[in-house]
Each structure stands twice: as C-alpha cells, then as structure tokens.
Write a protein that binds this ligand. Structure first.
Ligand SMILES: Cc1cc2nc3c(=O)[nH]c(=O)nc-3n(C[C@H](O)[C@H](O)[C@H](O)COP(=O)(O)OP(=O)(O)OC[C@H]3O[C@@H](n4cnc5c(N)ncnc54)[C@H](O)[C@@H]3O)c2cc1C
Length: 401
C-alpha cells in the first residue's frame, strides 16, 4: 500500500531544501527524500550573491547564515601576465533598493543544513535519508514513486513531485528527457585549503585570468580556509589528480608557502538544460533542470531562483489562487532564464578566465577596467544574478511566508 503525500521533493541538496521550506512556510505538507545518508559535503558552491541573500532573508534563515559565513566586499581580477589587479567593490555596484551589498561565503552543505533545521521546526515536514528514487509513474491526479530504502522497496503516492536530484537527475531520466548541451573539455579541480592567502596579497575573492593557470580563489571562513579552483586537461588521469595539486599551487603561491589541503574533488562541467521543467505533475528545479560551469557562481544562484519561483507558484496552485497552467509559466520562464542569461554568462566568464589570445586578453582587461569604474553596467556576476531572478510568477495574490 503506497503512503499518501502532498508534495514529494526528490533530492535534499540546497535547492530541494529551499523549495521544501518555501512550501512548508505556506502550510503545505512536504516530504523530502534523498539517496544519501546525509547532506552531501563535497567542495561545490561557496559564493552567494545579494539576490540569494535576499531570498535567504525572505524565508527566515539569513541570520543563521550571517553568523557563520564570511562577508566578502571586494573582488580582484588578477592578470599574472602583466601583474595587474583590477579591484571591484560590490557596494559600488549595488542598486538603490538592494538590501545586501556584499556576498556571503560558506559551503553549500552548511547552507543546506541551516535551511534543513528551519524546515524541521515546521509541522508536516519530513526528510527521509537513504531513500533512492527508482521509478515514477503519473496516474491521473497523482504520481506513484518507487523508492529503494535500507528496509526494501516502498511506494509513495504524491499529488506533486519536484525533482531537485542534481545534474545526474533520476527524475529527469525517468521522464525520458535528454540533457541537451555540451561538456567542457577541461577538468575543474576544487580544493579547500588552509593557507594564509591574505598575507600574499589576495582579495577575499579573486579571478585569476590566465590561459593555463586560471583559477577562482575565495576565502571560505573567518579563519584561513580558502577555496582554490583551477582547471587542468580533462585527458589527464583523474586518479593522479592529487599528485598534481602542489604543481598547480605553485602558480598561485610561492613554493615555501605552508598549506594543508582539507578537501579536493574533480568535476566535469557542463552547459546543459532539460527540454522542459514540467511534465504534468512532475516539476524540476536546480541542477536537475540545468547545469553550468561554476565560473561566476551562477549555478546555485539560478537553482535558488527556480526554488523561489516554484514554491510561490506551486503554493498558489495548491491553495487554489491560480490554475495549474501557472506551472507552465514557471517551466518556460525558468528555462528561458537559464538559456538566455545563466549559461551564456557562465560561458563568458569561463572563456574570459582562460582566454588564450593575448590581444583579446588585453582588450578584456581594458573592458574590465572601464566596467570597474562604472560598475552598474558591469558584466559582473553580482549584477547578472539580479537578472537571474526572472519575471514575477503568476501567483494571484501576495503570498506571506
Ligand atoms: C566546484 C564548484 C563550485 C561551485 N560554486 C558555486 C558557487 O559558488 N555559487 C553557485 O551559485 N553555484 C556554484 N556551484 C554550483 C552548485 O554547486 C550547484 O548548482 C548546486 O549543487 C545545485 O544544487 P541542487 O540542490 O540542485 O543539486 P545537488 O546539490 O546536486 O543535490 C542533489 C541531491 O539529490 C540527491 N539525489 C540524487 N539522485 C537521487 C535519487 N535517485 N533519489 C533521491 N535523491 C537523489 C543527491 O544525493 C543530492 O543530495 C558550484 C559547482 C561546482 C562543481
């Protein structure tokens, strides 16, 4: 006999937790399932732009985030070929109505855990770990989910299902969808490292622009934990990635620098999108729906803005304020945002950072300098992320969270 639930969210990553919290704050019964034993702790998202902070504020978790995160106010664009560093101050690019004019830095697993704690305090919410989605069948006004658990297979019948199960989404596969787009040839190596980079002249966020040794370097906490992500040839053996880290680090710090690597992980990065974010009663959000390379920190930003749109519109549908066709608006608008803004911007950042042509690099440097002088027109991720919010959803009436 299948358990009956209202909304089942597949994937307890940051996007799944955020969607669950937004729905639960509207009094909706939410069940979150995840195949892992706990929140995945791999070195991935760490930089959150002002639009994300505004969302964290609206759902009531910002204070907890502010308490543990590093507050970052400046970015340095570094050009090792000329030794130039161009400074970008986030406050100078803030719009008049912008509440936060800095970024927060901390691991996405910590952010998911904070949202999870707030979710657990609400009635009619539950998170089931070690619950792997294996099958999915639309049956009129319900969806039947087949789930593998340590106690064996179980079935849940849900009114609505949301797939937030990441770039390798089972939900997307079970809907028979392709993940259209391409994979970058390089391997991204994300490392978390204890080292004092401030004393070496690094800003709290740095983009190192170089054809070989490009990198994103950002401070992760108020101590000396840094994220250093660089690229290497994707054809090199992944097994020996750790052996090559010291050689890569030498491009960013003198050989005598003392450091301790806390975590390191390789990633193949994609620019891919599902052909639709809705099939009847199944919706998708976050990396399950789209994936981009991490240069610019736009992946989870977009996933959170999906969650923001989806919990509003699905909440309005469930409460009878709007018809189900409003969900098609969600699906079309969020797909448009990824294809027109997120992915082109992420590709632009990645191409700029690893620009091989010295003449183009010099032109980019000149453009960056002008943009830093007039940051409101800058093609900076902090500014782009405002466009990632997208058009308002048709929710019928104002929603109180
Ligand atoms: C190196 C790196 C750095 C990044 N930095 C940033 C950044 O600074 N800012 C930013 O905005 N973005 C960044 N990103 C992107 C960001 O990490 C992703 O966009 C984000 O993880 C997407 O969250 P999600 O919740 O959609 O998916 P995920 O975090 O992948 O979560 C998916 C969840 O689904 C679960 N799951 C999978 N299959 C099943 C199944 N069959 N049944 C049940 N559960 C399942 C998984 O266990 C997992 O918990 C970065 C990415 C990388 C690789």
């Amino acid at each position: 006999m299948a358990e009956k639930r209202d909304v089942v969210i597949v994937g307890a990553g940051p996007v799944g937790f955020m969607t669950a919290l937004g729905l639960a704050r509207q009094g909706i019964d939410v069940t979150l399932i995840d195949s892992e034993k706990d929140i995945v702790n791999s070195p991935r998202a760490a930089i959150y732009h002002p639009v994300t902070l505004e969302l964290l504020d609206r759902v009531g978790v910002i204070d907890d985030c502010m308490d543990i995160a590093f507050h970052c106010k400046r970015l340095g664009m570094r050009y090792p070929d000329t030794g130039e560093i161009i400074e970008f101050n986030y406050a100078r690019a803030a719009l008049p109505d912008q509440k936060y004019n800095f970024n927060l830095h901390f691991g996405q697993h910590e952010l998911a855990a904070i949202i999870g704690r707030h979710l657990a305090a609400l009635p009619n919410t539950r998170v089931h770990w070690e619950h792997r989605l294996e099958s999915l069948e639309q049956q009129g006004d319900r969806v039947l989910l087949g789930i593998e658990t340590p106690e064996g297979r179980k079935e849940i019948s849900a009114s609505w299902v949301i797939g937030t199960d990441g770039a390798r989404s089972t939900t997307r596969r079970l809907l028979g969808m392709e993940f259209e787009g391409f994979t970058w040839p390089d391997r991204f190596v994300a490392t978390n490292v204890e080292v004092d980079l401030t004393s070496l002249g690094y800003f709290d966020t740095n983009m190192v622009i170089d054809p070989v040794n490009w990198a994103v370097i950002a401070r992760l906490n108020r101590g000396h934990l840094w994220r250093l992500t660089y690229g290497e040839d994707g054809a090199l053996d992944e097994e020996t990635m750790w052996d090559r880290i010291p050689e890569h680090y030498r491009a960013f710090m003198p050989p005598e620098t003392e450091y301790r690597i806390d975590q390191a992980a390789p990633y193949r990065c994609h620019e891919r999108c599902a052909p639709s974010f809705r099939v009847d009663r199944v919706l998708m959000a976050g990396d399950a729906a789209h994936a981009c390379n991490p240069c610019g920190g736009l992946g989870l930003t977009t996933g959170f803005m999906d969650a923001n749109a989806l919990f509003q519109v699905l909440g309005a549908v469930i409460h009878g304020h709007v018809g189900e066709e409003a969900l098609d608006h969600y699906a079309a608008e969020r797909r448009r945002i990824f294809l027109e803004i997120t992915s082109p911007s992420a590709q632009h950042f990645k191409t700029q950072m690893s620009q091989k042509d010295p003449r183009k690099r010099a032109e980019q440097r000149e453009t960056a300098r002008k943009q830093m002088e007039n940051p409101s027109s800058a093609t900076m991720s902090a500014v782009i992320s405002r466009r990632i919010v997208g058009d308002p959803m048709p929710v019928g009436r104002a929603m109180a969270l």
